[in-house]
Design a protein around this ligand. Structure first.
Ligand SMILES: Nc1ncnc2c1ncn2[C@@H]1O[C@H](COP(=O)(O)OP(=O)(O)OP(=O)(O)O)[C@@H](O)[C@H]1O
Ligand SMILES: [Mg+2]
Length: 478
């Protein structure tokens, strides 16, 4: 779809899709050749993207398989800056970016002391980066650290490009997330996105189909006379990304989001009366209905709803019964979806799995080699890696590692690189020399050390799980 105003000033409407991992943080928008021709632009040209807000990115050629599909791939920062989410449309057009004379950035949530050297460091990182007022910009500094800045002033107005001659100033006053991402209230409070989840593509697709369709297009279901699925259970071994995935769902979905944790609730249980606890549970469901469409997310659900026969106390049994009733009751009223998470499916009350309650179980397994490669990619995204480090090799040598194990390996590797450099850093000075930081590289040896260390932990864990499995098999029928 396009409108033509005059040559070179054409709007094209495209469907937003997520960026490939390799493109994250580069401010690029992948569009196909046909779109580039329509807009009369080439790779590297600046384009304006208008969703609910307008921002700018750099046009980059699409992946061959995307050609002709009418899609644009942008990362979450660009999605945030344009107020567009996946599967929504966005309007793009060619713009002329003027060299910025002056730009002021305010850090979000962190205070930064005025420091010309740091300003030069940031400016160098942003060379040839197009910006507009109110854009959020991520700057990675050192290993695995990112600071988000907001453009609070820019001259001339409109779209500008940061150049070596630009005067860049960093404001000493930090902005607070609550002021600026206010629309996130009642949704996931963190920034996890689908692109932060490695592997699990089929699982994400399945969840999105269950969640997005009925929440966004309820009329479709009314018309077909079917009730959409209301409960999903994510089950699988610890550390494989269940909670991570749920956090991404919370951030990427438009729905109101309520999150509770089964074991936290139950650990307070003994301090509170059973009545109070049941009331609390009911209130969560009532709130969710009021604010629907919404998602209730119950992490570690096995703690609230273990098998009834394994419970001895009448009070606990009534709490399980309450949850079962709530799952039934809200069914026909609001557009509410419940996502339960557990790594102990076999301990869960079977009645919860009957139709109308959690009628879809999605298994999240230990990552296969290809997924491990992606997870390594995610956790080393902001790490300066020595050229000889091969993510493929790392994935090959980490069979049986969970996502959490891989994340731990990367942290260990980074720490090992850091230790090497610590000797050179002046620890008494408040800011770390940015040039020294730029020299840090994580090498193969750092990773191997990490892998060895985490392997030991996994062996111990496997022994423990092995023992528990034998116990469970003896005690349970599921
Ligand atoms: N698929 C993945 N992609 C990227 N990172 C992952 C993945 N799986 C796990 N991780 C890393 O491990 C951490 C822990 O994972 P998460 O909390 O999601 O595990 P879980 O499946 O919920 O485990 P549990 O059953 O113990 O609650 C994540 O915060 C993330 O850093
Ligand atoms: Mg979890």
């Amino acid at each position: 779809m396009r409108d033509q105003n005059n040559k070179g000033n054409i709007d094209v409407i495209l469907l937003v899709q997520k960026a490939k991992k390799i493109d994250i943080g580069r401010n690029i928008a992948r569009i196909d050749q046909e779109t580039m021709d329509k807009l009369n632009i080439q790779t590297g040209d600046v384009i304006a993207l208008s969703g609910k807000k307008e921002s700018v990115g750099i046009a980059w050629p699409s992946y061959p398989q995307d050609s002709g599909l009418g899609i644009i791939r942008i990362d979450s920062r660009l999605k945030k800056n344009t107020g567009a989410s996946i599967d929504e449309t966005i309007q793009i057009r060619k713009v002329n970016a003027h060299p910025a004379q002056n730009i002021v950035l305010a850090p979000i949530s962190v205070k930064i002391k005025s420091n010309p050297r740091f300003e030069t460091f940031v400016k160098r990182k942003l060379n040839n980066y197009p910006v507009t007022l109110d854009d959020l910009i991520l700057i990675s500094i050192g290993i695995s650290r990112e600071i988000t800045f907001k453009v609070i002033s820019i001259r001339p107005s409109g779209v500008c490009m940061i150049k070596p001659e630009t005067t860049l100033h960093i404001s000493e006053t930090a902005l607070h997330i609550s002021e600026h991402i206010a629309e996130d209230e009642g949704r996931g409070a963190d920034n996890v996105k689908y692109e932060d989840v490695g592997g699990l593509h089929k699982e994400i697709k399945e969840i999105r189909e269950i969640i997005d369709l009925p929440l966004k297009h309820p009329s479709l279901f009314n018309k077909l006379g079917i009730t959409p699925q209301r409960g999903i259970l994510l089950s699988g071994p610890p550390g494989c990304g269940k909670t991570l995935l749920a956090r991404a769902v919370a951030n990427e979905s438009e729905a109101y989001f309520i999150s509770i944790n089964g074991s936290e609730i139950m650990s307070k249980f003994y301090g509170e009366s059973e009545k109070k606890l049941r009331k609390k549970l009911r209130k969560i469901f009532v709130d969710a209905e009021k604010k629907s469409p919404s998602i209730i997310f119950i992490d570690e659900i096995d703690a609230i709803a273990p098998k009834r026969e394994s419970i001895t106390g009448g009070a606990e049994r009534r709490v399980v019964a309450q949850l079962l009733t709530l799952m039934n009751g809200f069914k026909r009223r609001g557009r509410v979806i419940v996502i339960g998470l557990t790594n102990k499916l076999e301990l869960l009350e079977a009645a919860l799995l009957s139709p109308g309650r959690f009628d879809r179980i999605i298994e999240i397994k230990l990552p296969i080699e290809k997924s491990r490669e992606e997870i390594f990619g995610i956790h080393t995204r902001d790490m300066p890696l020595e050229i000889s480090v091969s993510i493929q090799e790392l994935a090959k040598s980490t069979q049986n590692f969970s996502g959490a194990d891989i994340s731990a390996v990367c942290k260990e590797a980074a720490m090992s690189a850091m230790n090497r450099l610590l000797l050179e850093i002046d620890l008494d000075s408040e800011d770390i020399d940015s040039e020294l930081l730029e020299q840090i590289e994580v090498n193969v040896n750092d990773f191997n050390q990490g892998i060895r260390k985490i392997s030991r932990n996994i062996k111990i864990r496997e022994k423990l799980i092995g023992k528990n499995k034998i116990k469970d098999n003896n005690n349970s029928k599921v």
